[in-house]
Design a protein around this ligand. Structure first.
Ligand code: NAD
Length: 429
């Protein structure tokens, strides 16, 4: 009897131009040899469970009817409801949303949150919309994807160009359609609507916590250690502040306005005030300006990329003189640069672990919404630190066992957890 074809790719993707989804598939292929008997289920990871494409028509302020293309992809829900952000950007594509949803499956499983992975987006430049157009588009999009989201099905959150106000509109629209107030349908909400304390600092705090764990493993004392940070926004600014408070010296910072250097340590609280007032680190008085290209070769114990993707690449990786890299940003290191850093003996804590503090506190927000009982900021920070430490320990153990990098180990841990859940659940029907 002829075997049923087992296509490696969903037919709705162009095999020649896979985009980010192609990168994700390569990552899965790389860890498959480590999955043992679970490798039999690996195809599960190579296709999203559900991909919904929706038309989002709205009436513009001038009376025209505009149509936007929206997506919600649930990559995997074997371990719990889908979880992942919503991105409003003119370059959003199905391939990108699929890859981002898959990386959410990996991140959530790597830190052992009881969630699957999902992601959504609208192909739009939100800066071209008025506030009321943005609200109408958000509400119509929420209504269109309302058939697959819900507090126990799939829980969106903010991502690029979406914020707590967008989450409030999504929560309200979903609640109106379902006939009851459902705060747990999104996270990243305003505090007044069931948002969580500690969410703003959560990602930077997680970077700091796993950075300290890595330092202990590498025999590097944090007090007195040098730190350089690319990106001084939510993630980079918070991580820098926490390292500074722990007695480390932040000696160089680079952002979109330039780079600065002070070998005996920058005044981080003053720099945070400068950035809040001037929009960037450029022009900070008490430091020397640095050519942004020279930022990468500053000798340091910690390097924290916390800006954009692909910042550490073949052109600068060989110059890096850090002992430990902690990836605050998503995808800051290209695969080629990863190999260069590894060959140089640099210890790298990958994004799926290092920046998981944000989704971890999103998980706490969802739990608090369900129980309608809210925790203090101290409780949240303590629970976050415990979860991040446990995640680091499990991944570092896997790395030692298989003699692989922390990135590969994080993928092995995550893929194994997802496929174990898949296996014990069994196939329906
Ligand atoms: P943000 O907008 O608060 O800050 C971004 C920083 O990057 C700014 O300091 C900006 O000046 C800098 N930057 C922008 N373009 C740059 C360039 N060309 N060169 C150097 N620096 C540049 O953003 P954020 O929330 O801190 O996010 C930073 C990264 O962390 C992103 O990759 C994001 O996906 C990732 N991340 C954020 C969270 C979160 O909770 N905020 C969670 C997980 C991952």
């Amino acid at each position: 009897m002829a075997q049923a074809p087992n296509h490696a790719l969903p037919s709705y993707l162009d095999a020649e131009h896979l985009g980010p989804w192609g990168i994700y598939l390569q990552q899965v292929d790389r860890v498959t040899p480590y999955l043992g008997n679970l490798a039999r289920w690996v195809e599960t990871l190579k296709r999203p469970k559900r991909a919904l494409i929706v038309d989002v028509p709205i009436e513009m302020d001038d009376g025209r009817i505009a149509h936007f293309e929206g997506y919600r992809v649930q990559h995997n829900v074997s371990r719990g409801p889908g979880k992942g952000g919503v991105r409003f950007h003119q370059d959003v594509t199905l391939s990108e949303v699929m890859a981002l949803s898959a990386w959410m499956s990996i991140k959530n499983a790597a830190v052992n949150l009881p969630f699957g992975g999902a992601k959504g987006g609208i192909r739009v430049d939100p800066r071209t919309l008025s506030k009321s157009e943005l609200e109408r588009m958000t509400r119509r999009y929420t209504s269109e994807i309302g058939v697959i989201i819900g507090p126990s099905k799939d829980i969106p959150a903010p991502d690029v160009n979406t914020n707590s106000q967008v989450m409030a509109w999504m929560m309200d629209t979903y609640s109106m359609n379902s006939g009851s107030t459902a705060t747990g349908v999104v996270t990243g909400k305003p505090i007044s609507l069931g948002g969580s304390l500690g969410r703003v600092d959560a990602t930077g705090r997680g970077v700091f916590v796993v950075g300290c764990e890595a330092a202990r493993d590498q025999g590097v004392p944090v007090a007195g250690a040098r730190v350089i940070v690319q990106g001084f926004g939510n993630v980079g600014g918070t991580a820098a502040r926490l390292f500074h408070e722990a007695g480390a010296k932040v000696i160089a910072v680079q952002d979109h306005t330039g780079a600065i250097h002070k070998p005996d340590g920058l005044d981080v609280p003053a720099l945070l005030v400068h950035v809040a007032t001037h929009g960037g680190v450029g022009g900070f008085a008490n430091a020397q300006p640095l050519d942004p290209a020279d930022f990468w070769s500053v000798e340091t114990e910690f390097l924290i990329p916390a800006a954009l993707e692909n910042q550490i690449n073949e052109s600068n990786a060989a110059k890096i003189r850090a002992k430990i890299v902690v990836e605050g940003a998503n995808g800051p290191t290209t695969p080629a640069a990863d190999d260069i850093l590894h060959d140089k003996g640099i210890y790298l804590v990958p994004d799926v672990l290092a920046n998981a503090g944000g989704v971890t506190v999103s998980y706490f927000e969802w739990v608090q919404d369900f129980s309608s009982f809210f925790w203090s900021e101290d409780e949240i920070n303590q629970r976050l630190e415990r979860l991040m430490r446990e995640a680091y320990a499990a991944i570092a153990h896997m790395a030692r066992e298989h003699k692989v990098t922390l990135r590969t180990a994080a993928f092995i841990v995550a893929c194994s957890r997802i496929l174990q859940a898949r296996e014990v659940r069994g196939l329906y029907p």
